[in-house]
Design a protein around this ligand. Structure first.
Ligand SMILES: Cc1cc2nc3c(=O)[nH]c(=O)nc-3n(C[C@H](O)[C@H](O)[C@H](O)COP(=O)(O)O)c2cc1C
Length: 187
C-alpha cells in the first residue's frame, strides 16, 4: 500500500482558538515520523455553512461545491485525527456539522481524538465524538487528552507534557497499524 494519508481535522473555528496550535503540533509530530502523508484541515478555512444539502449524505449526490471539496479531502484520507475542544461538556458544533455533511467518506477508517479543555481535558467531548464516529463504522485507535491548564497555548504555540506526547505516539502507532487493514477492507 502507498504511504497512508492522515487527515488532521481542527474543529474549533473561533478567533483566538487554542485548537489550531494543538492541531499544528499534532500534524508536526505525525509528519516527523515519516509513516504518513499528513494533511491538516482547518474547519475555519473549510468554512462549511450549516448543512445545506437537500439530499442525505448516504446518497453521495452533492449539490454544492463546498460539499464536493470537503468530500474530496475526507475521501483521500486513510485515517483521521479529530482535534476537538470541549464546549459545554461535548464537542463543538462545527465538528458535528462537518461530519454530518458526509457518510461514505468516513466509513471504515481508523480515527483518534485529540481533545482539550480545562480540568476535564476535553474527555466528555472525546466520549461524545467517539459515539458518533463509531456509528459511522469508524474504528477507534486512541485518545489524546490535553489540559490547557497544564499546557496553555502561548503566542500560538502548544507545548505538550510528556504524558501527552506518549499518548500521541500510541495513537499514531495504532493509526499506522490499522490504516492498511482498513484500506484493504474498503478495497
Ligand atoms: C462555548 C464554550 C464552552 C466551553 N465549555 C467548556 C467545558 O465544558 N469544559 C471545559 O473544560 N472547557 C470549556 N470551555 C473552555 C475551553 O476548553 C477553552 O476555551 C478552549 O480554549 C476552547 O477551545 P478553542 O480555543 O480551540 O475554541 C468552553 C469554551 C467555550 C468557548
Amino acid at each position: 500500500m502507498p504511504t497512508p494519508r492522515l487527515l488532521v481535522v481542527v474543529g474549533s473555528t473561533r478567533p483566538g482558538r487554542a485548537g489550531l496550535a494543538v492541531g499544528r503540533w499534532f500534524r508536526d509530530v505525525a509528519e516527523a515520523r515519516g509513516d504518513f502523508e499528513v494533511e491538516l484541515a482547518d474547519l475555519a478555512e473549510v468554512a462549511l455553512p450549516l448543512l445545506d444539502e437537500a439530499r442525505q449524505a448516504v446518497e453521495r449526490r452533492y449539490a454544492h461545491e463546498h460539499t464536493r471539496r470537503w468530500s474530496e479531502v475526507v475521501a483521500r484520507a486513510d485515517a483521521v485525527v479529530f482535534v476537538t475542544p470541549e464546549y459545554n461538556h461535548s464537542y463543538n458544533a462545527a465538528t458535528k456539522n462537518a461530519i454530518d455533511y458526509l457518510y461514505h467518506e468516513w466509513r471504515h477508517k481508523p480515527f483518534a481524538v485529540v481533545s482539550y479543555g480545562g480540568q476535564s481535558r476535553g474527555l466528555r467531548a472525546s466520549v461524545a465524538l467517539r459515539a458518533v464516529l463509531t456509528s459511522l463504522a469508524m474504528a477507534p485507535a486512541g485518545d489524546v487528552a490535553v489540559s490547557l491548564n497544564e499546557s496553555p497555548v502561548e503566542d500560538g504555540v502548544f507545548e505538550p507534557t510528556g504524558v501527552v506526547v506518549a499518548a500521541a505516539t500510541r495513537a499514531l502507532d495504532q493509526l499506522s497499524a490499522l490504516a492498511p487493514l482498513y484500506r484493504a477492507l474498503r478495497d
